[in-house]
Design a binder for this molecule. Structure first.
Ligand code: CA
Length: 223
């Protein structure tokens, strides 16, 4: 899942971003309303974390404009304590949920997981064949045996499982699993897919992770 953090206070932005990256999410930061609008129009984001207090533009206005332009990305807004009107206006402007500042990181993560599930569908535990991925406990098992994955491998597998059995283009993987610092000339996706394949398929007669030549990757049950 890829998240856009909109927050003008750089310390807060980088603190929040770091905590989200630790949860395996890919994160980009916008520190002005203009940047937020520009980035928010990109469909690759699965969620926008939107601070309503920005120096150059009202967060409510950003929310309204994105919705008017047909952007359907989940929006979680950050509001000030006691500002009930603001919350109501935010939800009316098209935000999906809100969190009151200051907030506990654990609550932020829980809200993001809930919104992410709504957007990406299919509940807490994803299943494909004898492979299961528990999003809440961040655990993966193949045929009942635990599979130890790094955070990035986990995020990649989660994305493939949500899309399964559709083929996922390499560019889609880059957009949803990596952030904007990704070097598009690199072969990092291939490297990660190969590592994931080693961990998920090695020693099993049925291979789940398949390469679709010239297109991308998909999960399938054929051997
Ligand atoms: Ca602010």
């Amino acid at each position: 899942m890829r998240i856009l953090v909109v927050e003008d206070e750089e310390k807060v932005a980088s603190f929040v971003a770091r905590s989200l990256r630790e949860k395996t999410w890919a994160v980009d930061i916008a520190t002005t309303g203009r940047q937020a609008l520009e980035a928010g129009r990109n469909a690759e984001y699965d969620l926008i974390l939107l601070d309503l207090r920005l120096p150059d533009m009202d967060g409510l206005e950003i929310c309204r404009r994105l919705r008017q332009e047909g952007v359907e990305t989940a929006i979680l807004m950050l509001t000030a304590r006691g500002m009930v009107d603001e919350r109501v206006q935010g939800l009316d402007a098209g935000a999906d949920d809100y969190l009151v500042k200051p907030f506990a990181l654990a609550e932020l993560h829980a809200r993001i997981r809930a919104l992410g599930r709504r957007g990406l569908g299919r509940g807490v535990v994803l299943r494909f064949g004898d492979l299961t991925l528990d999003r809440r406990r961040r655990r993966v098992e193949r045929a009942g045996q635990p599979v130890a994955l790094t955070q990035k491998e986990f995020a990649l597998l989660e994305f493939l499982m949500v899309q399964a059995p559709e083929t996922v283009a390499r560019s889609e993987i880059v957009e949803h699993v990596w952030d904007s610092s990704f070097d598009s000339g690199s072969n990092l996706v291939e490297v990660y897919v190969n590592r994931l394949r080693q961990k998920v398929d090695h020693g099993h007669p049925v291979k789940l992770l398949h390469t679709v030549r010239g297109v991308g990757y998909r999960l399938g049950l054929e051997s």
